[in-house]
Design a protein around this ligand. Structure first.
Ligand SMILES: [Zn+2]
Length: 271
């Protein structure tokens, strides 16, 4: 599967054009081309990070127009770094678009088989994971930071697709989007212990440097969890772009020391 960039006005989105032909629309915004200023310059998509709400709504509307959907189709989640995945339908359309408090509570993943719903989650270093079953026509979007990765939230998302829509992991197409890369994700002793406890193959995803600092590869960890869940390796594409290494293009929570905007990941079935 190939991915690419789409320039629109002064925006620059990562898009999965291959999926359009198979019935899904997927994209990831960058920080380019929005209306926010200061720490949030400029295409901040999240309402909950201290930016002016009206400006965020302008940014969201600009992105919706660019992708050709109505803002009222968006379904957002509150994202608490847990492992809950919500199943949504037509009645959820618009949740979290105008008001963060109206987002799906307590979850970090969303799945649907309803065309016209645009699953939307927000990122600045955490790993965005796109799941698409072109056979059963279902999609899932997952927010997997280090906590979610340790909790294997992406596996919960795959199970939700199986249980609710009779998807089979062998049919799933998966894209792992921009997030913090191993070279920028140093971990302390405690975290290192957690990784080793959580994954039998932890040594594949931990690196150390000459000074005995340790680094954890979150995108690869998620990829290995997805393969363990039965998705064929050839169905998985990981873009391997580090948000912290590319702060001209992306918001990075670690890179900015905490106060920054969020990119939006969007995923929906086409009618
Ligand atoms: Zn990096």
């Amino acid at each position: 599967m190939t991915w690419g960039w789409r320039l629109d006005d002064d925006m620059c989105h990562l898009v999965l054009t291959d999926w359009n032909k198979k019935g899904a629309q997927a994209g990831f915004t960058t920080r380019k081309g929005g209306f926010s200023s200061g720490d949030y310059e400029s295409l901040n998509m999240a309402l909950h990070v201290g930016d002016t709400s009206r400006t965020v709504l302008d940014n969201r509307e600009k992105v919706a127009v660019s992708f050709g959907f109505d803002p009222g189709q968006m379904v957002c989640a509150q994202q608490i770094h847990g492992k809950q995945v919500a199943v949504v339908g037509g009645g959820d359309a618009g949740r979290g678009f105008y008001d963060h408090a109206d987002s799906l509570a307590g979850c970090d993943g969303i799945v649907t088989n309803q065309p016209g719903i645009m699953l939307t989650l927000f990122f600045a270093d955490c790993i965005p994971i796109y799941l698409f079953d072109p056979v059963r026509k279902a999609v899932g979007l997952i927010h997997s930071g280090w906590k979610g990765t340790a909790l294997r939230i992406v596996e919960v998302g795959i199970t939700a697709l199986e249980k609710n829509f009779r998807c089979h992991p062998r049919d799933l197409q998966v894209f792992i989007g921009p997030g913090i890369g191993p070279e920028c994700f140093a971990v302390n002793e405690e975290r290192l212990r957690q990784v080793r406890q959580a994954f039998a193959w932890s040594e594949k995803v931990i690196y150390s440097d000459a000074e005995n600092h340790y680094y954890w590869d979150l995108p690869l960890t998620n990829e290995l969890i997805i393969r363990d869940a039965g998705v064929p390796e050839e169905n998985i594409t990981s873009c391997r772009i580090c948000t912290a290494c590319n702060q001209e293009l992306f918001f990075s929570y670690r890179g900015a020391g905490g106060r920054t905007g969020r990119m939006g990941a969007v995923l929906g079935l086409l009618d």
